[in-house]
Design a protein around this ligand. Structure first.
Ligand code: RIB
Ligand code: CA
Length: 314
């Protein structure tokens, strides 16, 4: 009798741009993952572009997943995009038709709450953008945190500097109040910071060319990285481009991808200037707070690259 693999249910919250799209592909193509919902948050791009990019990517994967529109701006701060990194349309400005697709609802926060209420302890939550939708869910439904099986966050930095200020990573910097609510909640927190991305998720031009030749999906996944490649060439000085959301997704799909981690309390700095949105990891446990966050420090790069190759080939 063939053994049926029971797939892990997953909800993805995303501010869909070029790296988010590859993370969506990993999840949608994973043989062990059942993506039951996607919520969109303003971040990399204004909300409508995030919605269209998510729907476009789902179509490229020949998948069908409900997409729900969420917060159009941070809780307190003004909206600030990362279009300087990913391109005006967030998808490399390569001329994709990112319009005309219809989302399932404009009620993401309520959909998140009711979906997790219906299956407590069964669904993993993966966040790839600012944490506005999640903070709202926690604020509307105090029990929400207890219903989430795992909460895997692309955000912050565990040990190295940020990518928006010297200390802050974009997802946390964009909406620090929401991040504070999330990191001080009872969610089963797992943080994969930008330090992991620059350490283990840099894709060279040669590897990108190999991925591009695997399939039409591979060509799509790599061509939308055009603008972020230029940003990395001039600003972050990487030998290629990094994939923060996909490496976070790899840990969500397969927890053992993490090869170095610590369990600590993570405080999110509010305020302004260099430390706005800094994630301060209490390495020495001087704050006396519950060590509530699995802070991933390194990921198995070979397995990560193999996961991408498999997803683009399947
Ligand atoms: O700092 C990297 C994060 O900001 C990634 O999620 C990227 O998509 C942007 O949202
Ligand atoms: Ca993102």
């Amino acid at each position: 009798m063939t053994q049926t693999i029971s797939k892990q249910k997953m909800w993805i919250d995303t501010d869909t741009a070029s790296d988010d799209a590859v993370a969506l592909i990993l999840a949608l193509k994973s043989p062990t993952t059942n993506v039951i919902g996607i919520s969109i948050v303003a971040g990399n791009v204004p909300i409508d572009l995030g919605v269209q990019a998510a729907l476009y990517t789902i179509e490229m994967c020949q998948a069908k997943v409900p997409v729900h529109v969420g917060a159009i701006k941070p809780l307190v701060r003004s909206f600030a995009s990362a279009q300087n990194v990913h391109g005006t349309d967030g998808m490399g400005d390569i001329g994709l038709k990112l319009s005309g697709r219809i989302p399932t609802s404009h009620d993401a926060v309520r959909q998140i709450i009711e979906t997790f209420r219906s299956a407590p302890g069964e669904i993993d939550l993966v966040t790839l953008g600012p944490l506005t939708n999640i903070a709202l869910a926690l604020s509307i439904e105090p029990e929400f945190a207890k219903w989430v099986r795992r909460c895997v966050i692309m955000g912050g930095t565990g040990v190295l500097p940020g990518n928006v200020t010297v200390a802050s990573e974009f997802n946390v910097w964009a909406d620090p109040e929401s991040a504070r609510i999330v990191f001080d909640s009872e969610l089963p927190l797992e943080m994969v910071g930008w330090d992991v991305s620059v350490a283990d998720a840099v894709i060279s031009d040669e590897l990108a060319a190999e991925f591009s030749q695997l399939s039409d999906l591979g060509k799509f996944a790599m061509s939308i990285q055009r603008q972020v490649r230029e940003f990395c060439r001039t600003e972050t000085k990487l030998d290629g481009f990094d994939l923060p959301d996909p490496i976070t997704m790899s840990v969500a799909i397969e927890s053992s991808m993490s090869i170095s981690e610590i369990q600590k309390y993570v405080r999110v700095h509010l305020g302004d200037g260099d430390t706005r949105g800094q994630t301060v990891v209490d390495h020495l446990e001087v704050l006396g707070r519950n060590k509530s966050c699995r802070v991933v420090l390194r990921v198995d790069r070979n397995r990560f690259v193999a996961m991408i190759r498999d997803a683009l080939t399947s």
